[in-house]
Design a protein around this ligand. Sequence first.
Ligand SMILES: [Zn+2]
Length: 121
Amino acid sequence: MGVEMSLSPFSMFGQVQLSAPGHACLQCNGFITTENLSKEAANYGQKTKRPQVVWPNGVLASTAIGIAIDMITNWTNTIRESEYLSYNANDHSTSDHIMKAYRSKICPHYPILESGPLTID
Ligand SMILES: [Zn+2]
């Protein structure tokens, strides 16, 4: 979630991502890269250029909870292995993130064969 303050009006946006073993992870989605991790580490503890806003973060968190509840209850009859949603807080819309069309569907970073058994404790 962030606010782009260089635009007029300000642009508020965010994303919700679901990563399951063997399917696109945050690296496959292009969300986490070596470059942006280095930038974040260099600026750790510094004031962010993209302030956080409570209410859109609540929308994103609630969307993530909805996905999790669907995975547990299967109330939509949809098998969810990966999600990458884009949230536009200016018009209050959620849609598939543009990167979803370009990412790897099978994750090379965390192969399914290296995951453990599915358990709920
Ligand atoms: Zn991956």
